[in-house]
Design a protein around this ligand. Structure first.
Ligand SMILES: Nc1ncnc2c1ncn2[C@@H]1O[C@H](COP(=O)(O)OP(=O)(O)O)[C@@H](O)[C@H]1O
Ligand SMILES: [Mg+2]
Length: 343
């Protein structure tokens, strides 16, 4: 990653073209690694690293409270560390005007169903994370196959004219399903397969690493969709019985922030799947809730709850979106993928 931190912090009080302290002594310590942050000694650095905060970026995008918990830092120290990391990376505020310009570039990827696309105001957005959650066999992985194909379509057909990076943590990728969907779209199945880059994630650490290493691949291979199927299963499996829930949440948070940054920096769509758990405390209504609590909820900009209906019908419920009303869409999962009920 080429950010300014490699060359040290921006000199204060800079005169046009000439650093204020040019030729003089370098007053501020250059911040290149997390150990260079004020108040972070080797011990604290070690704790931060083992909690998943490995880079200045990880620190810069964390909250002070998170760091306090992860590394036992005092409140003041944590705040200073976050601020110093942000300064070093020049992460600051953006004006609404700049954000509006960025929003204009948001692309939308068709799901294969007009009803679902409408629910999503045109499809799965780029620049943020979309989460689909639901029970076993609710069709989450079918969505992944479908979108891995659709992303390759031209824009006028609802695609993003790009390729797919597919992180498979449950060993559920099935090329023959992708081929069937591609064929139904009238695409050359061999070409479509070549444009889907699949990586198996063997454990949560590996999954985190795959996401961290994705940036180069995204540019080289014209990736427009990053899929993580499933986001949570490795984390869930590993942190049952060992480690604490807080540990798991920290790691999930770091992982999701990596994904979010990939989405924003590269204007790509990120689709993640998530499982549900039974909630014994809910007496009325649906007793299932997505895994990952607030961490996953906050990092997923758009959340859809998938459930089975009669025959091959499925219901997608928009649960949480910053700009769209809640609602439901009915579609079908068939041999040829996701289609509308009325074709
Ligand atoms: N070839 C196919 N033809 C029709 N439906 C299929 C086919 N393959 C899978 N499905 C449907 O998808 C379901 C499995 O969905 P999946 O995406 O694997 O669920 P999840 O990932 O949510 O556990 C099956 O139960 C079936 O209804
Ligand atoms: Mg699945």
């Amino acid at each position: 990653m080429k950010h300014r931190a490699m060359r040290g912090p921006r000199p204060r009080g800079r005169i046009r073209g000439k650093p204020a302290n040019a030729g003089g002594i370098n007053m501020a310590k250059e911040i290149r690694t997390i150990e260079d942050l004020p108040g972070i000694g080797p011990q604290a650095a070690e704790k931060l690293i083992s909690a998943g905060y490995k880079t200045l970026e990880n620190i810069a995008t964390a909250s002070a409270a998170e760091l306090q918990e992860a590394a036992g830092l005092g409140e003041g120290t944590a705040e200073k560390a976050v601020k110093a990391a942000r300064d070093a990376l020049e992460i600051g505020y953006e004006t609404a005007a700049v954000l509006a310009e960025k929003r204009k570039l948001v692309g939308r990827l068709t799901t294969g169903s007009k009803a679902v696309d409408e629910l999503l105001n045109g499809g799965i957005e780029t620049q943020s994370i979309t989460e689909i959650y639901g029970k076993y066999a609710s069709g989450k992985t079918q969505w992944c196959f479908q979108t891995a194909v659709m992303v390759q379509l031209p824009k006028e057909k609802g695609g993003l004219e790009g390729n797919c990076l597919y992180i498979d943590s449950e060993n559920s990728f099935r090329p023959e399903r992708v081929a069937a969907i591609a064929e139904a779209q009238g695409l050359n199945t061999e070409e479509v397969m070549k444009n889907i880059h699949v990586a198996r994630a063997y454990n949560s650490e590996h999954q985190i690493l795959l996401a961290e290493k994705a940036a180069d691949m995204i540019k080289e291979k014209n990736i427009k969709l990053l899929i993580v199927d499933s986001l949570t299963s490795q984390f869930r499996a590993e942190f049952i019985g060992r480690g604490t829930l807080a540990d798991r949440q920290q790691k999930l948070n770091v992982h999701m922030r990596t994904l979010m940054k990939l989405a924003e920096a590269n204007n790509i769509a990120v689709l993640v799947t998530n499982q549900v758990m039974e909630r014994p405390d809910i007496l009325f209504g649906d007793p299932t809730a997505p895994i990952g609590g607030n961490i996953v909820a906050h990092n997923s900009k758009t959340r859809l709850y998938l459930r089975k209906s009669k025959e091959d019908k499925r219901v997608a419920k928009l649960v949480d979106s910053p700009s769209l009303p809640d609602g439901e869409a009915i579609y079908r999962v068939t041999e040829t993928g996701i289609v509308d009920v009325e074709e």
